[in-house]
Write a protein that binds this ligand. Structure first.
Ligand code: PXP
Length: 250
Protein backbone atom coordinates (compact mmCIF):
# COMPACT_ATOMS: atom_id res chain seq x y z
CA UNK A 1 0.00 0.00 0.00
CA UNK A 2 1.42 3.35 -1.00
CA UNK A 3 -1.23 5.60 0.52
CA UNK A 4 -1.93 7.02 -2.93
CA UNK A 5 -5.56 6.62 -4.00
CA UNK A 6 -6.80 6.25 -7.58
CA UNK A 7 -10.14 7.74 -8.55
CA UNK A 8 -11.47 6.64 -11.93
CA UNK A 9 -13.43 9.23 -13.89
CA UNK A 10 -16.10 7.43 -15.93
CA UNK A 11 -17.52 10.45 -17.79
CA UNK A 12 -16.37 9.33 -21.20
CA UNK A 13 -18.01 5.93 -20.97
CA UNK A 14 -21.18 8.03 -20.93
CA UNK A 15 -19.86 10.14 -23.82
CA UNK A 16 -19.70 7.00 -25.99
CA UNK A 17 -23.10 5.80 -24.82
CA UNK A 18 -24.66 9.18 -25.57
CA UNK A 19 -23.24 9.19 -29.11
CA UNK A 20 -25.98 6.66 -29.94
CA UNK A 21 -28.42 7.08 -27.06
CA UNK A 22 -29.61 3.96 -25.28
CA UNK A 23 -27.80 2.24 -22.43
CA UNK A 24 -24.52 0.89 -23.84
CA UNK A 25 -21.80 1.27 -22.67
CA UNK A 26 -23.02 1.79 -19.12
CA UNK A 27 -20.82 3.98 -16.87
CA UNK A 28 -22.12 2.12 -13.80
CA UNK A 29 -20.76 -1.13 -15.23
CA UNK A 30 -17.44 0.65 -15.80
CA UNK A 31 -17.46 1.84 -12.19
CA UNK A 32 -17.98 -1.72 -10.95
CA UNK A 33 -15.13 -2.93 -13.17
CA UNK A 34 -12.89 -0.11 -11.87
CA UNK A 35 -13.49 -1.38 -8.33
CA UNK A 36 -12.23 -4.86 -9.17
CA UNK A 37 -9.26 -3.42 -11.11
CA UNK A 38 -7.94 -1.56 -8.07
CA UNK A 39 -9.63 1.85 -8.01
CA UNK A 40 -10.25 3.51 -4.66
CA UNK A 41 -13.04 5.78 -5.83
CA UNK A 42 -15.24 6.79 -8.75
CA UNK A 43 -15.44 10.32 -10.13
CA UNK A 44 -18.27 11.64 -12.29
CA UNK A 45 -18.96 15.16 -13.53
CA UNK A 46 -22.59 16.11 -14.00
CA UNK A 47 -22.32 19.01 -16.40
CA UNK A 48 -24.98 21.63 -16.81
CA UNK A 49 -25.60 20.50 -20.40
CA UNK A 50 -25.60 16.75 -19.41
CA UNK A 51 -23.30 16.00 -22.35
CA UNK A 52 -22.00 12.80 -20.72
CA UNK A 53 -23.11 11.80 -17.21
CA UNK A 54 -26.86 12.12 -16.60
CA UNK A 55 -28.93 12.59 -13.46
CA UNK A 56 -29.96 8.94 -13.71
CA UNK A 57 -26.29 7.86 -13.85
CA UNK A 58 -25.62 9.70 -10.59
CA UNK A 59 -28.65 8.09 -8.94
CA UNK A 60 -27.58 4.60 -10.10
CA UNK A 61 -23.95 5.16 -9.07
CA UNK A 62 -25.11 6.13 -5.59
CA UNK A 63 -27.32 3.02 -5.38
CA UNK A 64 -25.10 0.45 -6.97
CA UNK A 65 -21.44 1.15 -6.28
CA UNK A 66 -19.60 0.53 -3.05
CA UNK A 67 -16.61 2.78 -3.76
CA UNK A 68 -16.87 6.40 -2.61
CA UNK A 69 -18.28 8.73 -5.27
CA UNK A 70 -16.53 12.01 -6.01
CA UNK A 71 -19.19 14.20 -7.62
CA UNK A 72 -17.66 16.92 -9.79
CA UNK A 73 -19.90 19.94 -10.12
CA UNK A 74 -20.03 23.60 -10.96
CA UNK A 75 -20.88 25.92 -8.08
CA UNK A 76 -24.53 26.44 -9.04
CA UNK A 77 -27.77 26.11 -7.08
CA UNK A 78 -28.97 23.32 -9.36
CA UNK A 79 -25.86 21.21 -8.71
CA UNK A 80 -25.86 21.97 -5.00
CA UNK A 81 -29.45 20.70 -4.72
CA UNK A 82 -28.48 17.47 -6.53
CA UNK A 83 -25.43 16.98 -4.30
CA UNK A 84 -27.45 17.55 -1.14
CA UNK A 85 -30.09 15.09 -2.33
CA UNK A 86 -27.58 12.29 -2.99
CA UNK A 87 -24.93 13.13 -0.39
CA UNK A 88 -21.92 11.60 -2.20
CA UNK A 89 -18.72 11.00 -0.26
CA UNK A 90 -17.07 14.03 -1.89
CA UNK A 91 -17.79 16.98 -4.16
CA UNK A 92 -15.15 18.62 -6.27
CA UNK A 93 -16.07 22.14 -7.35
CA UNK A 94 -14.88 22.83 -10.88
CA UNK A 95 -15.24 25.80 -13.23
CA UNK A 96 -17.59 25.12 -16.12
CA UNK A 97 -18.03 26.91 -19.38
CA UNK A 98 -20.66 25.64 -21.78
CA UNK A 99 -18.46 26.01 -24.87
CA UNK A 100 -15.36 24.25 -23.48
CA UNK A 101 -14.49 20.70 -24.48
CA UNK A 102 -13.23 19.79 -21.01
CA UNK A 103 -12.48 21.59 -17.74
CA UNK A 104 -9.97 24.04 -19.14
CA UNK A 105 -8.46 25.61 -16.06
CA UNK A 106 -8.75 25.74 -12.32
CA UNK A 107 -11.32 27.61 -10.28
CA UNK A 108 -10.54 31.23 -9.56
CA UNK A 109 -10.93 30.86 -5.81
CA UNK A 110 -9.29 34.24 -5.16
CA UNK A 111 -11.55 36.21 -7.50
CA UNK A 112 -14.64 34.09 -6.81
CA UNK A 113 -14.45 33.60 -3.06
CA UNK A 114 -17.75 35.36 -2.34
CA UNK A 115 -19.56 33.13 -4.81
CA UNK A 116 -17.86 29.91 -3.67
CA UNK A 117 -18.08 30.36 0.11
CA UNK A 118 -21.78 29.40 0.56
CA UNK A 119 -21.38 26.28 -1.60
CA UNK A 120 -18.34 25.13 0.36
CA UNK A 121 -20.12 25.63 3.66
CA UNK A 122 -23.42 24.04 2.56
CA UNK A 123 -21.64 20.91 1.26
CA UNK A 124 -19.38 20.73 4.30
CA UNK A 125 -22.35 21.10 6.66
CA UNK A 126 -23.98 18.11 4.93
CA UNK A 127 -20.91 16.01 5.74
CA UNK A 128 -19.61 15.99 2.15
CA UNK A 129 -15.84 16.33 1.69
CA UNK A 130 -15.30 19.40 -0.49
CA UNK A 131 -12.40 19.84 -2.84
CA UNK A 132 -11.59 22.76 -5.11
CA UNK A 133 -10.02 22.13 -8.52
CA UNK A 134 -7.29 24.75 -8.83
CA UNK A 135 -4.15 25.65 -10.73
CA UNK A 136 -0.85 25.13 -8.91
CA UNK A 137 -0.87 28.66 -7.51
CA UNK A 138 -0.24 29.24 -3.79
CA UNK A 139 -2.68 32.17 -3.71
CA UNK A 140 -5.50 29.88 -4.78
CA UNK A 141 -4.53 27.39 -2.08
CA UNK A 142 -4.38 30.06 0.62
CA UNK A 143 -7.89 31.20 -0.29
CA UNK A 144 -9.17 27.60 -0.36
CA UNK A 145 -7.86 27.24 3.18
CA UNK A 146 -9.49 30.50 4.28
CA UNK A 147 -12.81 29.35 2.88
CA UNK A 148 -12.62 26.12 4.87
CA UNK A 149 -12.29 23.66 1.97
CA UNK A 150 -10.39 20.63 3.34
CA UNK A 151 -9.05 19.46 -0.05
CA UNK A 152 -7.61 20.92 -3.24
CA UNK A 153 -7.13 19.09 -6.53
CA UNK A 154 -4.25 20.46 -8.57
CA UNK A 155 -4.90 20.76 -12.33
CA UNK A 156 -2.29 18.68 -14.19
CA UNK A 157 -3.58 19.49 -17.70
CA UNK A 158 -0.90 22.01 -18.68
CA UNK A 159 1.84 19.70 -17.33
CA UNK A 160 0.51 16.80 -19.42
CA UNK A 161 0.16 18.85 -22.60
CA UNK A 162 3.64 20.43 -22.38
CA UNK A 163 6.89 18.83 -23.43
CA UNK A 164 10.54 19.07 -22.42
CA UNK A 165 11.53 22.06 -20.33
CA UNK A 166 8.07 23.46 -20.32
CA UNK A 167 6.75 20.24 -18.80
CA UNK A 168 9.52 20.33 -16.19
CA UNK A 169 8.49 23.89 -15.35
CA UNK A 170 4.84 22.85 -14.83
CA UNK A 171 5.94 19.87 -12.75
CA UNK A 172 8.02 22.11 -10.49
CA UNK A 173 5.00 24.37 -9.94
CA UNK A 174 2.81 21.37 -9.07
CA UNK A 175 5.46 20.03 -6.66
CA UNK A 176 5.74 23.41 -4.95
CA UNK A 177 1.96 23.80 -4.72
CA UNK A 178 1.57 20.29 -3.27
CA UNK A 179 4.17 21.08 -0.60
CA UNK A 180 2.39 24.37 0.15
CA UNK A 181 -0.97 22.59 0.45
CA UNK A 182 0.48 20.23 3.01
CA UNK A 183 2.15 23.08 4.91
CA UNK A 184 -1.15 24.94 5.32
CA UNK A 185 -3.14 21.82 6.23
CA UNK A 186 -4.92 21.04 2.95
CA UNK A 187 -5.28 17.51 1.61
CA UNK A 188 -3.85 17.49 -1.91
CA UNK A 189 -5.18 15.64 -4.97
CA UNK A 190 -4.17 15.96 -8.62
CA UNK A 191 -5.69 15.19 -11.99
CA UNK A 192 -6.55 16.01 -15.58
CA UNK A 193 -4.93 14.62 -18.69
CA UNK A 194 -2.79 12.05 -16.86
CA UNK A 195 -1.55 9.10 -18.94
CA UNK A 196 0.94 6.25 -18.50
CA UNK A 197 3.85 8.51 -19.46
CA UNK A 198 2.90 11.46 -17.24
CA UNK A 199 1.55 9.85 -14.09
CA UNK A 200 4.90 8.86 -12.53
CA UNK A 201 6.29 12.27 -11.54
CA UNK A 202 2.90 13.32 -10.11
CA UNK A 203 2.51 10.04 -8.19
CA UNK A 204 6.00 10.57 -6.76
CA UNK A 205 4.99 13.81 -5.01
CA UNK A 206 4.72 12.75 -1.37
CA UNK A 207 1.89 15.08 -0.31
CA UNK A 208 -0.41 14.08 -3.17
CA UNK A 209 -2.82 11.47 -1.79
CA UNK A 210 -5.28 11.01 -4.67
CA UNK A 211 -5.17 11.04 -8.47
CA UNK A 212 -8.31 11.31 -10.61
CA UNK A 213 -7.92 9.90 -14.10
CA UNK A 214 -10.47 9.33 -16.85
CA UNK A 215 -10.14 10.22 -20.51
CA UNK A 216 -6.85 8.45 -21.22
CA UNK A 217 -8.01 5.22 -19.56
CA UNK A 218 -11.31 5.11 -21.42
CA UNK A 219 -9.34 5.63 -24.65
CA UNK A 220 -6.87 2.87 -23.75
CA UNK A 221 -9.78 0.58 -22.95
CA UNK A 222 -10.60 0.54 -26.68
CA UNK A 223 -7.29 -1.18 -27.37
CA UNK A 224 -6.72 -3.43 -24.37
CA UNK A 225 -9.78 -3.34 -22.14
CA UNK A 226 -10.69 -1.16 -19.17
CA UNK A 227 -9.57 -3.62 -16.51
CA UNK A 228 -6.10 -3.89 -17.99
CA UNK A 229 -5.76 -0.11 -18.52
CA UNK A 230 -6.68 0.61 -14.89
CA UNK A 231 -4.37 -2.11 -13.55
CA UNK A 232 -1.49 -0.74 -15.62
CA UNK A 233 -2.14 2.79 -14.37
CA UNK A 234 -2.38 1.57 -10.78
CA UNK A 235 0.95 -0.26 -11.17
CA UNK A 236 2.64 2.79 -12.76
CA UNK A 237 1.57 5.13 -9.99
CA UNK A 238 2.39 2.68 -7.19
CA UNK A 239 5.81 2.01 -8.69
CA UNK A 240 6.59 5.74 -8.91
CA UNK A 241 5.39 6.36 -5.35
CA UNK A 242 7.33 3.37 -3.96
CA UNK A 243 10.49 4.48 -5.77
CA UNK A 244 10.12 7.99 -4.33
CA UNK A 245 9.52 6.60 -0.83
CA UNK A 246 12.61 4.37 -1.19
CA UNK A 247 14.73 7.31 -2.26
CA UNK A 248 13.62 9.38 0.70
CA UNK A 249 14.33 6.62 3.24
CA UNK A 250 17.71 5.69 1.68
N1 PXP B 1 -10.10 15.98 -12.08
C1 PXP B 1 -11.01 16.92 -12.43
C2 PXP B 1 -11.38 17.95 -11.41
C3 PXP B 1 -11.60 16.93 -13.70
O1 PXP B 1 -12.49 17.88 -14.04
C4 PXP B 1 -11.26 15.90 -14.60
C5 PXP B 1 -11.92 15.84 -15.95
O2 PXP B 1 -13.29 15.76 -15.82
C6 PXP B 1 -10.35 14.93 -14.19
C7 PXP B 1 -9.76 15.01 -12.93
C8 PXP B 1 -9.96 13.78 -15.07
O3 PXP B 1 -9.32 14.27 -16.21
P1 PXP B 1 -9.02 13.30 -17.43
O4 PXP B 1 -10.35 12.79 -17.90
O5 PXP B 1 -8.33 14.17 -18.41
O6 PXP B 1 -8.17 12.18 -16.90
Amino acid sequence: MTGLRLGINIDHVATIRNARGGRHPDPVRAAKMAATAGADGITAHLREDRRHITDDDIARLMEQIELPLNFEMAATDEMLAIALRHKPHACCLVPEKREERTTEGGLDVVGGHNHLAPYISALGAAGIRVSLFVEADPRQLDMARRLGAPVVELHTGAYCEAEGEERAHHLARIEAAAAHAQAIGLECHAGHGLAFDTVGPIAAIPSVVELNIGHFLIGEAIFGGLDSAIRRMRAAMDQARNAALGQRSA
